[in-house]
Design a protein. Sequence first.
Length: 245
Amino acid sequence: MIWNDSSFASNPDLEMLATHIASEIRSAGSENPESLEMPDGNELARSVAEFVFHSEASERARHSPGILIPSDYLLIMTCRALWAIGREDAARTLLRNKGPELNIAESYADAVFGKGLFPCLGMHSALVRALRPSSSPWSMNGPYWILNLRAVFSFLDAGLELAIWRILHALTKQLSVLWDVSNGKGTLGLNDSHYVSANVLGFPRKSKQGRQFTAELIRYCEQDLMTAADERKWQSTPMVMDVGA
């Protein structure tokens, strides 16, 4: 990542954000201070600051007073930046120490440090809070991840059904990396499907059309994960289920 010093000189909010990120990075090395004595620490913080400031999420936030960068998104970008420069221990320490207060479990590291999924997380901050690992009886069979469809599709206007399938197809392909570790064993839970059926498709809540739409969502994701299983040479295919809400 490359940062532009002139943008910091003209924007004190950006400088303040970089200072905050640098402090977070230093806190990750508190258990082993020597591990983070790096000359490029401030440059790394500035790179992260400029990236998130100009991301899709902060573009909307700049219309409000101050900087309103989502804290969970900022933490994930910082952890990934540390990981990218070879500071994996510091990245995992920061996620482990700061994640719980932002409702980010340590098992979310599989998403943050995965090779295929991060570009999607980085460009779409809503996905950071839409995707969550879960521990339940279903997770005994392998990684269990819940995808909140309200967070993914809240930007869609009514009637854009075709966009739902295009987005879900691309997203499921990106999510496939999460089951590489288990060779395809595990579960994908779809949450808030009723929000999509009611707000995008206009079906009454708890209607027959809504239930049919949820069933179609499940079949669609199952098909995509079956394709992923074939492409990635998995021995199993993740289950897909509706988790309600």
